[in-house]
Unconditional design. Sequence first.
Length: 210
Amino acid sequence: MTMPQRHVALRLLAALTLVLSGSSAAFAWSLTMSSASRRVYLHVGNGVEAGDSGTINVVSVTVPSNQLGNGTPLAMTSNSTQSRSLQGDNYLTCPTPASQLLIGASYQRNNAGGGSAPMSATLSVSSPATLINTSGDSIPISEVSWTVSAPGSSVPNIIPAGTYNGGTQFLATIPANTYIENCHSFSYANSAVRAAGTYTATITYTVTSP
């Protein structure tokens, strides 16, 4: 007999919020950038060097029927193909993008602006309380967590590891004229037996400069 499978999928979305002047942020490595007119930049997974590509990447896992709810965390895979930094030296930050997600952001401002622009921007992530399937069954979003890495970096946790909490979580402060980035690997806690189905949620990463 074939047992129905449980599939957990997260849609990861980059969002930018900029009020008045400009800033930009980044993760994993921390790179100094030239001053420029105020602007923010963010990419989550696949992206481009500047502008909004509109790409929404997905991390997912299918839970085998013989492992349902056994409490052993399961690694999630990604449909991202972005392995190299989009800023600086094209460094190989995420060697295996099929199981990792590159997240990077920057904030820039003109140092000659008389100090009117904020000295930093903020990176945050927002998540819903649950993942939901088409039948209305749900899984707490806190079942999904992530670790971080950045090969060769002295600050691999410049964007820290964590667990989604169903709200907005502060991740990092981005100093002016700085880019930060690192590589995120996701896992599903698998702490309880769930009804069959594909459970989804959209996670939004945001860079803000008030």
